[in-house]
Design a protein around this ligand. Structure first.
Ligand SMILES: *[C@@H]1O[C@H](CO)[C@@H](O)[C@H](O)[C@H]1NC(C)=O
Ligand SMILES: *[C@@H]1O[C@H](CO)[C@@H](O)[C@H](O)[C@H]1NC(C)=O
Length: 101
């Protein structure tokens, strides 16, 4: 794919995601928008942070089965989220992850 096309595609995805995230009542796998945003620095390369208490709290109420199903999705890397870091997040919060995650 041409670089320009790719850039436009990524831009469109980010825009789409941002718009989606700004919708009232948005939730992603039972995580609220605020919860998701508090986790974003922990799953973004380079130099991911350790998850904050806010993030872990949001994660404890999240549907981890649903989150894990995004692990192989191309959506997460396209918005700057590392799926591997996402998969490792529950462990960092001492939350048991589904066995197949
Ligand atoms: C969690 O997500 C999975 C996959 O999207 C779904 O099948 C399941 O019903 C959800 N569980 C709860 C408790 O919402
Ligand atoms: C994620 O983990 C898989 C399997 O361990 C590895 O092949 C892949 O390169 C990793 N991806 C990133 C972005 O680190």
């Amino acid at each position: 794919m041409a670089m320009a096309t790719k850039t436009i595609l990524i831009f469109a995805l980010v825009t789409f995601t941002t718009v989606t995230l700004q919708c009232n009542g948005f939730s992603f796998c039972d995580m609220t928008e605020d919860g998701l945003m508090s986790c974003k620095p922990a799953v973004t390369e380079p130099n991911p942070w350790d998850p904050t208490a806010d993030c872990c709290q949001a994660l404890s109420g999240a549907n981890l089965t649903c989150l894990c199903s995004y692990k192989s999705s191309p959506l997460l890397p396209s918005i700057g989220i590392d799926p591997n870091l996402t998969a490792g997040l529950p462990a960092k919060c001492n939350i048991p992850a589904p066995a197949n995650c």
